[in-house]
Each structure stands twice: as structure tokens, then as C-alpha cells.
Design a protein around this ligand. Sequence first.
Ligand code: MF3
Ligand code: CO
Ligand code: CO
Length: 267
Amino acid sequence: MSITYKDVDGIQGMRIAGRLAAEVLDYLTPLIKPGITTREIDRLAADYMKKQGTTSATLGYQPPGYPPYPASLCTSVNNVVCHGIPNDKPLKKGDIVNVDVTVIKDGWYGDTSRMFMVGEVSIAARRLVNITYEAMWHGITQVKPGVRLGDIGWSIQKFAEAAGFSVVREFCGHGIGRNFHEEPQVLHYGKPGTLEELKPGMTFTIEPMINAGRRDVKEFGNDGWTIVTKDHSLSAQWEHTVLVTETAYEVMTLSAGSPPPPPFASQ
Ligand code: MF3
Ligand code: CO
Ligand code: CO
């Protein structure tokens, strides 16, 4: 499938879907505490989506070669890089967890994820979470017409590696619209001035996965989904859906409860 460019109606549809996805995370935020299980988080999110009038894009999602994804969101704890499936293990103080929500509203998709720190976490874990957040924003702030995807990847990689962390290569951001995953692929590493040129109306996600240790990942267990770090080190991820505007970018997955952009990103 090729890149789709959104017109005013598409942009409005994407704004609504994006905000609703972010509001699921707002709703979950005060509930993510020691003792709650990720299955409970999933259940509560599914109920909330019903009230919103949205549908989970992940429930039953089945790309070629994968089993159907069994939950309404992804919960990736500690050394889980992405696509963690909610389960019955309670979260405990010191855990870091990514909650990744994708909803469909009126046929439009909104995709966003945040990190949550469960109770007090180690200084190392907190630093990984915060550096990964800034890495995502370094990517976002590159976005404007004429810039290339390689510029986004490079800005993320440069920042994350300067902090002593590594960038996962096997998973990337993606175009999004009336489909969950569209072209282009948005790599979180790369070379300046390379790859596709950004044009107004493009919508895609920026969702860097950053590891505290080595960048290598592997599948975990036999659920067909869960990805972990090979060296068991912690991994963090944040995700926004962005629009390329005539002059720069618009983040489509903001809500009242979104963490503020870092100071360097004030537009
Ligand atoms: N939301 C993820 C992304 O950012 C994809 C999850 S697919 C699932 O692209 F099936 F694992 F839920
Ligand atoms: Co995504
Ligand atoms: Co996502």
C-alpha cells in the first residue's frame, strides 16, 4: 500500500481518533499502581472504549504470519520491548510499563503509547523512561515539509546513543489513517537527508523503542507476539501520531492528561 495524504476531513477524523486514544491513557493513568494486573488494565480500557464509542484496533489484529492479537491494548513491562500481552501478574513497585493504545473512530485510527512508572522506580529506569520521551520529541520536532524520514531517525538515534542507550531496529513507526499500518515505515535510526521526503497531509507514528543495554531483541515464549531484549535489559517506548502540516507538525494524540512536551519542543 502506498502513502496516503489526508485532506481536511481526514485530518479532522484523525484528530478525533488520536485524542480518543490518548484519553484512554488519561483514564488508565491513576489506576496503574502496584497490585493491578495488566489484564485488569486491559479490561478497564475495553470498557472505557465502549463508553467512548471507539473500537480497539489491536483486538483480533492479525498481520501475515501472526496469530490474532488477543487484547484491547499492549502492556510491555520492564525487559519487554513491545507487543506484551496483558496477563494475571500484578505490577509491582519499581516496574516500568508501556501501555500502547490504538483505537478506531469512524474508520480513522489513533495510535499512542506512554510509559508508566509503578510506585518508586530506580534512577536508571527513570532515566531510560525520560530519555526515551525526549528521543520521541527529538523525532517529532524534525517534522516539516521537505525534511526526510532519515532526518527523523537520525535525530532519535543520535540523542539516544549519546545518552548511552541503544535503538531497536526490528520495529518502527508507520503511516496511519484508515488503516492501522500504512506506508511509510518510520525508522528510529538512520542517516540525515535519506529516505522519503515529508509532505503536508502525511500522518504517521513516531514510537522509538530504546534499550538500556544492547539493541538486540528476541521473541519471548510462544505467544507469537511478545518481544524482549536479548540481554534482559530494560526497554522503554513512547508513541505519538503526527501530521505533517504546511509549516511543521501537529501531534494528533494529545489530550488533557498528556505529559507536557520537553522545553526544546515548544512550537
Ligand atoms: N500499537 C502498536 C503500534 O504502535 C501495534 C500493536 S499490534 C498488536 O504499532 F497487535 F500487538 F496489538
Ligand atoms: Co504504532
Ligand atoms: Co501503538
